[in-house]
Design a protein around this ligand. Structure first.
Ligand SMILES: [Zn+2]
Length: 471
């Protein structure tokens, strides 16, 4: 008889998109997928988790887990008079065999400890990234960065394509929830020919494409100089957006309404990484993406530009971010200029207008869709982010009596706006408990694997910093 795990709770999050409901149910988890969901039924042989909220594990739709090793390095670099971007290039060019695996494990541990089951990663190093995810037990839709015009992966495009094929035939990795994705770096670092080749591979192999697009003013200017149009219009013109598989374009800071119309018509998803974008440029204009009907997903981006791999910490930003709008409105210039009573009234009215224009419609279920069902449906080989038969058996049990979530009168609101990670009671990946039930964080942090990984990563980082003259 095959081994299955049965979990029961009176609070299981079923449904997807905006139609989430919290109900009593028994989940039957197989070694890879959820085998059954029995709503309203309590099976005798199920582990009773009553009072705990059972949800799908999170999907972090854009990150570079290996770059957690560069967290805070901007400050270190500026002391030496270096420019951060030059420094990343120098660091990435000085990486040695084994470094990416060691650094990626640390980012993967952080993601796992925050209830993430799957990361959409995009980086160099080929199979080292896959091995790191396997070492830790994290799932991944892994894009091996391809670029031929500029960047550290230049000349590595053919090798990256070979790794994609190897991973596509790797059944052990697939069973662990690790699947390949095509990863062109961006519109200004990848030639038209390579983009066309990648589109053909996506079509032929039925794999999604994950790329950066309209992420910097430099990229936008290069698109206009080279092609006479925006990055999105160029990708549409050369056929990339019309491939049969899904396309995920991340950042989209400079997309206009015409771009959004194209993306909506092509069902292309945009990736929103609010904290990272606020550091590097500015947060994307999510409100217009939503108005245009473009599917959107949430990511942390890298530890080097966000400082956390905790996707749950981003959940409050899509809604709360709107609250910063009135701070920068012209009406507040009038308040500070001494406009008195009338200026205060005008500022408050601007705030009311701002909120009625979108904030009140972005409820917890819509935000959670950006880390559950929407990214969980991007890959044809792996459904995740939803508790239904056939989806990955990646489940998190949240302790609603933990001070960080209590009293959880609206558990989905608490999950979006609270600091939920400390309240993880247990987690299952591929139907198997991760660490100890009831001592999730402690058992992982005390594990031999984690401690060995931390020692190796620290030693390798010291040597890397020495090689580039930062020690
Ligand atoms: Zn990125």
């Amino acid at each position: 008889m095959r081994e299955v795990t049965r979990l029961y709770s009176d609070r299981v999050v079923l449904g997807e998109g905006e139609a989430l409901r919290v109900v009593a149910a028994t989940l039957t988890l197989g070694p890879e997928q959820i085998e059954a969901v029995e709503e309203g039924l309590r099976r005798e042989d199920a582990l009773d988790l009553s009072g705990k909220l059972l949800t799908p594990a999170f999907v972090n739709a854009h990150t570079h887990v290996a770059m957690s090793a560069f967290r805070g390095i901007g400050g270190l670099a500026s002391k030496r008079g270096n420019v951060v971007e030059e420094l990343y290039f120098r660091l990435e060019s000085a990486l040695q065999s084994g470094d990416i695996r060691a650094f990626a494990r640390m980012g993967a541990w952080e993601a796992l400890l925050c209830g993430t089951g799957t990361v959409w990663d995009h980086y160099y190093g080929g199979y080292e990234l896959v091995r790191a995810l396997q070492d830790v037990g994290l799932g991944g839709a892994v894009a091996f960065t391809m670029q031929d015009l500029d960047g550290p992966g230049k000349r590595g495009a053919e090798a990256a394509a070979a790794v994609v094929q190897a991973l596509d035939g790797d059944h052990e990795a697939a069973a662990q929830g690790i699947v390949p994705v095509l990863g062109p770096h961006a519109t200004d670092t990848v030639s038209e020919q390579l983009w066309r080749d990648i589109a053909d591979m996506a079509e032929g192999w039925d794999l999604p494409i994950h790329a950066h697009c309209a992420q910097s003013v430099d990229e936008v200017q290069r698109a206009w100089d080279r092609h006479g149009c925006s990055p999105v219009q160029w990708l549409e013109r050369i056929g990339v957006l019309g491939v049969g598989s899904r396309v995920l374009l991340v950042h989209g800071l400079y997309v206009d309404d015409a771009d959004l119309a194209v993306l909506a018509a092509r069902n292309v998803a945009l990736g929103f990484c609010p904290a990272s974008q606020a550091w590097y440029d500015f947060p994307a204009h999510l409100r217009s993406w939503r108005a245009a009907g473009v599917p959107w997903v949430l990511g942390t981006d890298a530890g080097a530009c966000n400082d956390t791999m905790n996707i749950q910490a981003e959940l409050r930003l899509p809604g709360l971010g709107d609250g910063f709008g009135p701070t920068w409105a012209p009406t507040h210039d009038a308040v500070r200029a001494g406009g008195g009573r009338a200026a205060a009234v005008a500022q408050h009215q601007a705030r009311q207008d701002w909120f009625s224009g979108g904030q009140d419609t972005l409820g917890p279920a819509q935000v959670l869709a950006s880390v559950w069902a929407t990214p969980g449906a991007l890959h044809s080989r792996m459904r995740c982010g939803v508790l239904q038969p056939g989806a990955r058996a990646d489940v998190v049990a949240w302790d609603l009596s933990h001070p960080s979530l209590w009293p959880a009168l609206d558990p989905l609101h608490a999950l979006v706006h609270g600091d939920a990670a400390p309240a993880i009671h247990a987690m299952w990946r591929g139907g198997r408990a991760v660490g100890q039930i009831g001592d999730f964080h402690g058992s992982l942090l005390r594990s031999e694997a984690f401690r060995a990984h931390r020692v190796e990563a620290a030693e390798r980082l010291e040597r890397l910093l020495g090689r580039v003259g930062l020690r």
